[in-house]
Design a protein around this ligand. Structure first.
Ligand code: DHB
Length: 398
C-alpha cells in the first residue's frame, strides 16, 4: 500500500490557500513561467458557496482582465460611478468619475474565485482542494509542506518559497515567532447582519446609510437578488430573526422622503465578523503572507479582496524579479510596500465605519459631531474626493 508512504513533490512556490489571493498569485506566476502548487483545506464547492463582498476596485478589474483570467467581470459585472451617503432622510451622491475619474465594479468575490479557479484548471495549474493535516517546516531555509490529499495520499512539497494566502485563520501566520512580529488589533462594539433577498434593485447605486437606529447598506447582486446589511450587536443570532423583523430595521434606517427599500423573501442571513487586524512584517524567512492571513479590515468600504489582490500583485513582481534577474531587492521590500496600502485601507475602513455607525452609548456631542463630519464630506469637493479616491482604490505606488 503506497498510502503509508509520503510522496515527494517539488516546485518553485508553494501557496497555502486557493482563495482569490492564492489563485491569482499562482496564475500570475504561471504566466511568467514560474511553477507553483496551491493547497486548500476547503473544497471547491465550499469556497464557491461562501457569500463575500461584491465591490472591485478598477485596478482589481484591470488585473483580472489584462492578465487573462477572464473578461466576464466586464460583461456581467456592473460599473458603478458613485455611491450614495444617506442621512437625515436625504441621499448625497459621491460622484467618483467627476471627483477622481475612476469607477468600481459590482462583481461578487464568489465569481472572482470561480473565474480564477476555472482559468487555473484550463491552464493545467496544480491546485489541490480538500487537503488536510498540513504541516510546515523550514520556512527560514527551503520550506517543506506535508499534507494529505482528498484521496488520503500523503505528500511532502519542497520549494524555494512558501506563500501564506490561507485566510483570516491562517496557519502560516502562526509560524512567525512572537518576537519576530507585531499584531495590531481593533475590536468594534457592533457587527453586520447580512442578508440575500429576492427582490428587485432598490437603487442604481449602493446606499451607505447613517441613521440614529444604526448603519445600513443597500447593495445588489442581480436583477432579482439583492445584498443588504445592517449594524447589529456582535452576539446577534441571525437564525432567530423573522423577515418582518429584518425589513423593519431597513425601513427604520433607510426609508423616508419618498424612498423605500424594495422588500422580498430573505433567502440567506448571517452575522459577519467585524474587526481590524494586521500582522507585520508580512515576511518571515522564505515565507510571505498575502491577503487576510496578514490583515483583516471591517467590511465598510469593501477593501478586503482588493487588498489581497494588491498584495499578490506586489509579491508577484518581487518573485518574478527574483527568478528572472536574481535580485532580491523587491522581495526584501515586499512587506513594506504591501503594508503601505494595507494601512491606508485600514484607515479608510475604520473612518467609513466610525462615520456611519452608531456607537452604543454615544453622547449627544458624538452624534452631532458625526453629522458635522458627514456634512463636511458631502458639501466639499476635497472631502468627497478623499472618499472617492480611497473607495475606487489608490493609484499603485511605483
Ligand atoms: C458589499 C459589501 C461591502 O462591505 C461594501 O462596502 C459594499 C458592498 C457587498 O457585499 O455587495
Amino acid at each position: 500500500m503506497t498510502h503509508h508512504q509520503t510522496a515527494p513533490l517539488s516546485t518553485q512556490v508553494t501557496i497555502m490557500g486557493a482563495g482569490p489571493a492564492g489563485l491569482m498569485l499562482s496564475h500570475l506566476l504561471a504566466q511568467a513561467g514560474i511553477e507553483s502548487i496551491v493547497l486548500e483545506i476547503r473544497s471547491h464547492q465550499q469556497i464557491a458557496e461562501t457569500v463575500r463582498a461584491g465591490i472591485l476596485e478598477h485596478e482589481t478589474v484591470n488585473l483580472l482582465v489584462d492578465s487573462g483570467v477572464s473578461d466576464r467581470v466586464l460583461r456581467e459585472g456592473d460599473r458603478h460611478d458613485g455611491i450614495e451617503l444617506r442621512y437625515n432622510g436625504e441621499s448625497h451622491r459621491i460622484d467618483f468619475q467627476t471627483l477622481v475619474g475612476e469607477s468600481v465594479w459590482l462583481y461578487p468575490q464568489t465569481d472572482v474565485f470561480l473565474d480564477l479557479a476555472a482559468r487555473r484548471e484550463a491552464d493545467g495549474g496544480d491546485v489541490r482542494y480538500s487537503v488536510s493535516e498540513t504541516e510546515v517546516d523550514d520556512v527560514l531555509g527551503r520550506p517543506r509542506v506535508r499534507f494529505t490529499d482528498a484521496s488520503g495520499q500523503r505528500f511532502e512539497i519542497t520549494s524555494d518559497f512558501l506563500v501564506g494566502a490561507d485566510g483570516s485563520r491562517s496557519q502560516c501566520r502562526r509560524l512567525v515567532p512572537e518576537a519576530e512580529r507585531t499584531q495590531y488589533f481593533h475590536e468594534y462594539p457592533f457587527a453586520w447582519f447580512g442578508i440575500l433577498a429576492e427582490a428587485p434593485r432598490s437603487s442604481d447605486e449602493l446606499i451607505y446609510a447613517n441613521s440614529e437606529h444604526g448603519f445600513a447598506l443597500i447593495s445588489q447582486r442581480t436583477e432579482t437578488v439583492q445584498r443588504m446589511y445592517f449594524q447589529c450587536d456582535p452576539t446577534e443570532d441571525a437564525s432567530t430573526w423573522s423577515d418582518e423583523q429584518i425589513w423593519e430595521q431597513f425601513r427604520l434606517r433607510v426609508n423616508g422622503n419618498g424612498f423605500a427599500v424594495k422588500e422580498g423573501p430573505v433567502i440567506e442571513k448571517m452575522v459577519l465578523p467585524f474587526r481590524s487586524f494586521v500582522q507585520a512584517p508580512m515576511r518571515y524567512g522564505n515565507m510571505f503572507l498575502a491577503g487576510d492571513s496578514a490583515h483583516t479590515v471591517p467590511p465598510t468600504g469593501a477593501k478586503g479582496l482588493n487588498l489581497a489582490v494588491q498584495d499578490v500583485k506586489v509579491l508577484f513582481e518581487a518573485l518574478d524579479a527574483h527568478y528572472s534577474s536574481g535580485t532580491s531587492a523587491l522581495l526584501d521590500g515586499y512587506s513594506e510596500r504591501a503594508l503601505d496600502r494595507v494601512w491606508k485601507a485600514q484607515h479608510f475602513s475604520y473612518w467609513m465605519t466610525s462615520m456611519l455607525h452608531q456607537l452604543p452609548g454615544a453622547s449627544e456631542f458624538e452624534r452631532a459631531r458625526q453629522l458635522g463630519e458627514l456634512n463636511s464630506v458631502v458639501s466639499s469637493r476635497h472631502g468627497s474626493a478623499y472618499l472617492a479616491e480611497a473607495y475606487t482604490g489608490w493609484p499603485a505606488r511605483g
